[in-house]
Design a protein around this ligand. Sequence first.
Ligand SMILES: CSC[C@@H](O)[C@@H](O)C(=O)COP(=O)(O)O
Length: 362
Amino acid sequence: MSLQSIKYKRGSLEILDQLLLPVVSKYVTVRGVEDGWRVINKMQVRGAPAIAIVGCLSLAVEIHPEVFETKKSLRQEIEGKLNYLVSARPTAVNMKISADELITLANDLTKDDAISVDEMKQRFLNATEAMLEKDISDNRAIGANGAKAILQHVADAGGAQAAGPVRVLTHCNTGSLATAGYGTALGVVRHLSELNKLEHVYCTETRPYNQGARLTAYELVHEKLPATLVLDSMVAALFRVKNVAAVVVGADRVAANGDTANKIGTYQIAVVAKHHGVPFYVAAPLTSIDLQIPSGDHIIIEVRPDREMTHVGEHRIAAPGINCWNPAFDVTPAALITGIITEHGVFEPSQLKAEIQKLLQL
Ligand SMILES: CSC[C@@H](O)[C@@H](O)C(=O)COP(=O)(O)O
């Protein structure tokens, strides 16, 4: 059974505290929006899809016992609190996209005279809860599409791994812990394994928060997948000697031109992959794609506290007094990206906007 980062039933929400993993496995109760904002901001829950789902469900558990006199008061609460939740972490777009969708729903229901305030609340709860199932089914589709694309690329290129199984590299954590389940980039790895086409997966440590060493490694060991941890500084050496067939990473925000913000260190892996001729894939659900911004220059990069660099847990590792720069994400230019793997297919960055507009009939 895969790990469960989010436990929800109507009126009750718990998240697996990712600050304590892999040493302690403990669930934290999220009683409402204040708790939701805090667990996202402190990174007790993290990963773009999980941030959005926990944020929206924190509002669902808050609203569940409340009684609203009017649809207008319910709508105001939904809009105000969702916009507040968007401010917990700025780079990932999923929370913003989900908030906008739910606010639109609340506005439509407010205008519809045939719907009572109680029905409006039920419809809002149903829409929020549907995010859990949808995320898992999207991830399964991403896994299948990504595995197919990687195997096809390897077959087209010929060479040692032409018939698979393949060796892949991933960065940060994009698995069950970062989503409602299955994972995005890690879903691709999982699907390769289900096809018996995964020879080995390498995961980076992902300094400074160590999502790779603490979380991805934990998931890979849990799933008994053939995996090896490498330090972030080892990627070039790894490509030189280990015959890696592809890189697959997640995304926090993909701009309309395909530029992709993801965990700090992603950009340098893409540069090194280009040098070695290794295809570089981004796995992202449509909820991570921001067609409102033309390029990655418009993405706000979250800068995290120095302490995440200077300390590991309570232990100081950096010289006291040194200045720190700690951006949590970087932007990989579209030119370095082979394909963007979505639940609807794999798109070249230059085709992304047109393909999605076609899908959404914009
Ligand atoms: C499916 S998770 C995709 C991204 O959110 C992931 O790659 C990442 O960068 C996570 O960053 P984090 O700071 O741990 O929230």
